[in-house]
Design a protein around this ligand. Sequence first.
Ligand SMILES: [Zn+2]
Ligand SMILES: [Zn+2]
Length: 383
Amino acid sequence: MSELVKEKGLDRYIRKLYKNFHRIPEKSYEEYETAKLVAEELRKIGLEVEEKIAGTGVVGRQKTGNPGPVIALRADMDALCLIRNHQETVQHLCGHDAHMAMVLGAAKMLVKTPPPMGEIVYLFQPSEEKLDGARKVIESGALDDVEEMIGIHVRPENEMATGDATPALLHGAVQIIRAEIFGKNAHGARPHLGVNALEAAVLAVNALNTLHFDPGIPHSAKVTRLLVEGDTYNQIPETAEIHVDIRAQCNALMRTMTVDISKAIDKSAGALGAKTIIDTVDHTLAAEYDDDVVKSVGEAIKGVLGDVLPPLVTFGSEDFHFYSSHKKIKTAYIGLGAGVKPGLHHPAFRLHPGMLVKGSRILAESVCKRIHQYACTQESGTI
Ligand SMILES: [Zn+2]
Ligand SMILES: [Zn+2]
C-alpha cells in the first residue's frame, strides 16, 4: 500500500513536470526556458547543477562519496520546428518533454534512496532534432568521467504496445551525400561542344541504383534531390547537384555504402567528362550497445513492467550513439511503449502520461542494478 501511495505522489510530480515542459516548447539550441526549469528542479531535488553545457544543456550530479561507476541518464530537450501554412510552429511532437520529466522523476527517486557508491549524472541534452547536440556535449568535456549512459524514448503504438519496453532500441545509421556535378556550358544546338551536367547527374543516379549491398542487413539508398542550374531550356546545363539519403542498420555497411555510392557517382559522371565534388553532409550512427548494460536495463524493465521485449529495430535515427562511438561510453537505450498516437513528429502527437512514472522507475532501477552489479564484481575480485 505504501509503495502505491509513493508511486501516486511520484506520478503526480512527473505529470506536472511533463505539462510544464510541454507548455514551453523551444527550438534546438534555444531551450532557454526549458533549461531554466530543469536547473531549478535539479536544485530543488538537491543536486549540484552545471548549466550552459553545449549552449543550453544542463547536467545534474548526484555524488555518493564512495568510488564506483559514473552512470548518466540522458534526456533530450528540444521541441520540433514545423512549417505549417507558411508559418513556423514549435511544438513538443517527439516526447522530449516526457523524457525530461522521466529523468527528473528518476533523480527524485534516486536522491530519496541513494545507491551506496558511484555517481549519477543527469544529462539534459540540447538539439537532438538537429542531430548534433550529443557531439557538442561531448566536445564540452562535461561527460569526460562518464562510463555508462542510459537513454529513453517514448514509442508510437504501431511500434510497441502501451506498457511494453525494450532495453535496446536499434536505431539505424543515416548518411546524406551531396554531389556537385560540373559540366561545360554550350548552346542547345551544339551539345557536342559542352558537357551536360544534367545527363551526368542522371547517369550517376542510374549507376548508384545498380549497386547491391548485403540484403541480410536492412538498408536503403535513394536520391532525394536533383538541382540543375539555370532556367533556360535551349542550353546545355553546366552544373547539377544531387542529394542521396542512405540508411543502414549497421555502421560497417554504412561505411561501405558511402564509399561505393560516392565512387559510382564520380566515375559515372566522369565517363561523360563531368567533374564532381562529393561531400557527406550529415550523419548519425547505428546503435551499438553494451551487452551488460542492456542486460541490467532489461532486468529493470522486467521488475517494473513484469516483462521485457527483446531488442527492437526501429526506423529513424538518434544522435545518442555518438556517446558510445566518440566517447566509448557503454550504453543502452530504452524504447517505452507510451501510447504515442498518431506518431512521432505528427502535429497531433499525444501520449499516455500514466506511462511516464514507469519510465522513471525503470531508469532509477537500471542505475541501481548497474551499481549492484559493480559491487558484486568488486566483491568477487573480477575487476
Ligand atoms: Zn524527433
Ligand atoms: Zn525524439
